[in-house]
Structure formats: structure tokens, C-alpha cells
Design a protein around this ligand. Sequence first.
Ligand code: PMP
Length: 320
Amino acid sequence: MNYNREDGWHDPKIVPYHDISVSPANTTLHYGQAIFEGMKAFRQQDGKIVIFRTLDHLNRLNNSARLLDIPNVDINTVHQGLKKLIEIEKEWVPAKIGQSLYIRPFIFATDPYLGVSVSDTYKLLIILSPVAAYYAHGFAPVKIMVEDHYVRAVPGGLGEAKTPANYAASLHAGLVAHEKGYDQTLWLDGVERKYIEEVGSMNILFKIKGEIVTPSLCGSILGGITRKTVLAVAKEWGIPVSERRITIDEVCEAYKNGELDEVFGSGTAAVISPVGLLSYKGQDMIINEGKIGSFSQKMFDHITGLQSGLIKDTQGFIEG
Ligand code: PMP
């Protein structure tokens, strides 16, 4: 689908996957005026194909658009187009539990212009790709390094948008963490370097003295759809949840006092990612003896159960 000022969003079409060409002066290549989403379609046990929380993802796409001065899309048009696309490509939706069809909508500026300015023209594309189960070798804990040198996002910046710049800002620190033997980076706030923000491609949650605590959406982290699901399910289960600012010192203190029950990430790719080790300033904290916590396991089973249709969806997460 294309956008220009005269016609708005127009010309939606479904075409086979192919290379596209842009001008070497394309503004996105130089200045990064682009946004994207990542969601999944599942083939449920009865054969029905569903998408997990489509409207939340499309609303978030529009929120990213607002932050990047990209024209909003009509959610209903994109939703209907997406449904049509999935219907045509339905044989690509895997039937095996844990597998899915990944859906990647993205919008980028297309003006061929070397000056720094907001583009007048855009393209919205949606790529589909079947994906294997994230935990091919079984649901397993990860090792996370708290990043106290590099900064990913700052207040008033683009941290809450799903935009390439945020991922570019995290590449080098991710590589350094990998070289040191960690799977992911946990970002701290960009001003005081003490408030916990999020992991490279996941939100972070803690179970402290029985309560699920996660950083509030302060403008510099992505409002994860899985995070929202976890909080809604925990509430349904009667487990206390708290969205608030939390410092790394508070987490270390809870660990020292034996009050840090579990740490886990949440995101579309992994659903739940239990954390077995958290390292801050060279000090390793072994969480729950390095094993998967019971809450993390239960939540993973529940959300994957909703997606596969084994568990009945009572909260409207599953959309046809
Ligand atoms: N934070 C970042 C930076 C991410 O890239 C993702 C993955 N989209 C998340 C959090 C988790 O968001 P969601 O649960 O919507 O996938």
C-alpha cells in the first residue's frame, strides 16, 4: 500500500514476495523514518487460523507512526487486508504447537531526497514467514547482563516506538554481551542509569515476594503486547501486579534478602523467557537456582495454550 498527500493510503495489493527498489537518496536509508510491528498467526487444534491481539499490534503501529510523523493507517482496512492475506496464504500457517506464521508489517518513507525532512510519501508492506518454535530444544532460562555503559533510549526520545533506530542503538551492546557469554542485554534508563527499562527485544518482569513487578511505560520502553497479556492473566489469577519504576538496586537488594523469586522476559518471539542469571557490574545473581520458575512456566503454558486453542480465551486476545 502506498501513501501520498493527495490520495492518502491507497493501492493495496497482494503480490508474491520479491525484491523492491528504492532511490539511493531514499530518506529512510539515510534518516531512518520507518516503523514496524511483529505479530503471529496460529493454526489452532481445530484447524482454525487466528492472530494473537492483532488490533493491539495495529494500534501500536499507529502510535509508532505518530512518534515518527508517519501518517496513521486505517486500522480496519489493514486488519481486513491482513485477514485476506492470511486466508490466501493459509497453507503457510504451521500446525505444530509452538510454530506460527510471523507477520511483519512495516512502513517506511520513500521520498528521494537528501535533506533531513519528514517525507511526503510512504510504503506499507507486510511480509509473512513461517517460524519454528522459539524453544526448539525446550523451554530454557537465559543469562542477562545489565548494561551500565551504553544507553538505548532517553526520555522524550523514540524508545516507545517500534522503529529501526532503537534496534540500531542496541546492536553493539548486544554483541558485547554475547562476547561475554550472555544472551541478552537489560537496559537501564538513559539519565540516572538506575531504573530498569527492558531487554533487547522483550519487556522484563520480576516476581518479588509473590508480586509481579514490571517497569511502568515511561515513554522510553516499548509497550509490549505480551507484557500486557501477562499482566491481564496474572490479575485474572488473583496475583498482585505492579507497574512502577524499579531500580536495579532494589532488585539486587531483593536478591540478597531471598525475596527475588523469578525474573522473566516477555515478547512475541519467545512468549516468556525465564532468566536464570542476571549480572550487574560483574556480580552474578543466580535466579531461582538457575531453573525455570513455576510462575514463568505456568504463564508460558497458559499463553501458548491460548494461542494453540487448548485453553479457552476469555479475554478477547485471539482474533480470527
Ligand atoms: N521491547 C522491545 C524493544 C521489543 O522489540 C519487543 C518485541 N516486539 C518487546 C519489548 C516485546 O513486545 P511484544 O510483547 O509486543 O512482542
